[in-house]
Design a protein around this ligand. Structure first.
Ligand code: ZN
Length: 227
């Protein structure tokens, strides 16, 4: 009998994003692959996307982007939640503990974020908060936020700044079209900037330059957490 052990590929992955679209742009191909392999994925949006725009007031912008976020999660087949942090969130228990609760409830093998070394300050702040949350989630403290769960790895992905020192690549050649199609669901963002072309170009560079297929996503992974 030929028993295939798929355990190692059936990962549980949890992506914390500052903004709707960070998750697809940075790791959409990996999320799609993980779900196709029988794994589970959850998207957690951290920051309130309200912002006044020339064509929309702040509340309409918030509603439009939250709707796009849930549409994308549904299209992927991922679960999702929204933490509603204010813009430029501060590193404190007020931001760390809601992330600890998400980690302890979902029990991911891998937590994903955009790299701490991004251009956008909110990407940087979210990365710092989530890294602290991964540490606290594994400690025997704050029992009101669930039972301790030790995350195996943090994967940082690239959003608005090409990563200088990736140590892992995912070949996403077979899912690039699906990634682009889902990214287009963020119509409010695509109409302001051609994100699909930017992301496709970066993924092509990674795949071709590092011989990881025609398209690849880059990550910086770490599996050491203090204490
Ligand atoms: Zn962003």
């Amino acid at each position: 009998m030929n028993i295939i052990n798929t355990q190692s590929t059936q990962k549980r992955i949890l992506f914390f994003s500052a903004h709707p679209d960070d998750e697809i742009a940075g790791a959409g191909g990996f999320i799609i692959k993980t779900l196709q392999q029988g794994g589970a994925a959850k998207l957690v949006l951290c920051i309130d996307p309200s912002e006044p725009r020339p064509d929309l007031n702040a509340n309409d912008e918030r509603n439009a982007r939250l709707k796009e976020f849930s549409t994308v999660a549904d299209a992927l087949g991922a679960s999702h939640s929204f933490l509603d942090f204010p813009h430029y969130p501060i590193l404190s228990y007020d931001t760390i503990l809601p992330c600890v609760k998400e980690i302890r409830e979902f029990k991911p093998d891998i937590v994903l974020i955009l790299q701490e070394d991004e251009y956008h300050t909110e990407h940087q702040l979210t990365a710092r908060i989530v890294k602290r949350a991964v540490w606290h989630a594994g400690r025997s403290a704050f029992p009101e936020y669930g039972q301790a769960h030790k995350v195996k790895e943090i994967w940082e992905s690239e959003g608005d700044r090409p990563m200088s020192n990736p140590n892992h690549f995912e070949d996403i050649t077979n899912v690039i079209e699906k990634k682009k199609e889902i990214l287009l669901s963020y119509g409010s963002q695509q109409s302001r900037k051609d994100l699909v072309s930017a992301v496709e170009g970066l993924n092509a560079f990674r795949g071709i330059m590092y011989k990881r297929g025609k398209f690849a996503e880059s990550f910086k992974t770490s599996n050491f957490f203090y204490g």
